[in-house]
Design a protein. Structure first.
Ligand code: G1P
Length: 268
């Protein structure tokens, strides 16, 4: 069955972006002139997704308005996760709508330059029938911000590697590798079985990484290393660099911004 459904969790309250998120949901803050969530929607559509399930929170009504007006052509359905019970629980909220279909999960805090990485993950899922997770190599002192995997050997020349286990946000010294999860996933419906048996982690949250770890121990998870550019828009600095990058790529404003930056930096 082709991957045509994507789940985008967007229920968080954006505390790292206060005061901006007092009124505007983090996912609707602009990356240059486009809400960051529109970039995620475009990435999904570019990889062949036709139905997007947005997991939101009733405290963020603007997300529903976005869903009604978003451009691109995919159908968008909003589902609510009213209590902050973790990423695993957020994905579980989409269970009924996803049904038996395979599906992608895109975390909107991660902004990819294009749809190529998601397409890679979908192709790998189609070829193997195994859940497929997007990965990136990071410096050891950064692993504690991510889900970190135990690889099965080393990635091949195309960046593919089996995943034996996953640990969410380990200390650098305990981390099993420097390969981390970058917020792009493709799953079959069996993920929901693994989510249903999860025990809440610290803080009462259900971690998606714990479900993937349990699945990986049955030999059913692969990873693919990312090759496109990526920004972490979960922090104000990441959002700023993503905006600059997006504007620099544009023909209408790119040259003007480049000129301004050069003059500005020379003046320092
Ligand atoms: C989430 C996931 C983590 C993943 C990260 C990617 O963490 O739980 O496994 O590595 O996204 O951005 P968060 O950044 O939401 O705390």
């Amino acid at each position: 069955m082709p991957v045509r459904v994507a789940v985008i969790p967007a229920a968080g309250l954006g505390t790292r972006f206060l005061p901006a998120t007092k009124v505007v949901p983090k996912e609707l803050l602009p990356v240059f002139d486009t809400p960051s969530l529109q970039h995620t929607v475009d990435e999904a559509i570019g990889a062949g997704i036709e139905h997007i399930i947005l997991i939101s929170n009733r405290a963020k009504p603007a997300i529903e308005m976005f869903a009604e007006k978003a451009s691109g052509g995919a159908r968008i359905t909003v589902v609510y996760q009213d209590s902050p019970r973790g990423l695993g629980h957020a994905v579980e909220c989409a269970r009924e709508l996803v049904g038996d279909a395979p599906f992608a999960v895109l975390l909107p805090d991660e902004l990819m330059g294009d749809s190529s990485h998601l397409k890679d993950l979908i192709n790998e899922y189609d070829a193997t029938g195994k859940a497929t997770i997007g990965l990136k190599r990071v410096p050891r002192n950064e692993v504690s911000a991510y889900g970190c995997i135990t690889p099965q050997g080393v990635p091949d020349a195309t960046g593919r590697v089996g995943i034996r286990d996953v640990v969410e946000k380990p200390n650098a010294v305990d981390a099993p590798s420097d390969l981390v999860i970058i917020g792009r996933y493709v799953f079959g419906r069996d993920l929901f079985g693994f989510l249903a048996t999860l025990k809440p982690a610290a803080g009462g949250e259900l971690q998606l990484s714990d479900a993937i770890g349990n699945m990986a121990r049955t030999g059913k998870v692969n990873g693919v290393l990312i090759s496109c550019t990526r920004h972490d828009t979960g922090t104000p600095m990441g959002m700023l660099t993503a905006s600059i990058d997006a504007a620099l790529k544009r023909r209408d404003v790119g040259p003007q911004l480049r000129g301004w930056l050069e003059t500005r930096l020379k003046g320092q």
